[in-house]
Design a protein around this ligand. Sequence first.
Ligand code: NI
Length: 183
Amino acid sequence: MKLPDLKILDEKNKTLRKISNEVTFPLSKEDKKTIEDIITYLTMSQIEEYSEKYDLRPGMGLAFIQLGIPKNIFVIVEEVDKGEFENYIIINPKMLSHSEELIYVGEGEGCLSVNREVCGIVPRYARMRVQYQDMEGNTKEIRVREDISVAFQHEMDHLNGILFVDKIDPKNPFKDKEKMREI
Ligand code: NI
């Protein structure tokens, strides 16, 4: 595999604070290529051989805005089995409903735009239903839960210019811990 040359913006970059725009169809060639590149990058970052070779931080999600492109598109690559990956290509997502139950990632969330350790709880819905469009522009619906639900919310925040670190109170990073379930 060849590592795509992606320029991922750092949290200090103000572009990350932009609100991304609705995508129209058909997708442009460039956008399709960017989606493919993100899939390759995220997959390689989760394979030890490549993450070591290229000094990559493992990541499972990336939004277009993290490459400086303010479009409502994100990609998630999940390792479902050893060396087996499932891709989510999500365009123009809208949350339809969510669980009452809140969860948080015990070891903390990570983001390819945040190059430092950040401790603290980011409350996320345990489950939600999301409407989105696929690469052909078909409207679809998906139910997500647990870590994929967290990943979706993390990426949907990016589309609104929000980073996970914004949701942690630096004075009390573990606030309301007892009201949520750790995953
Ligand atoms: Ni992120």
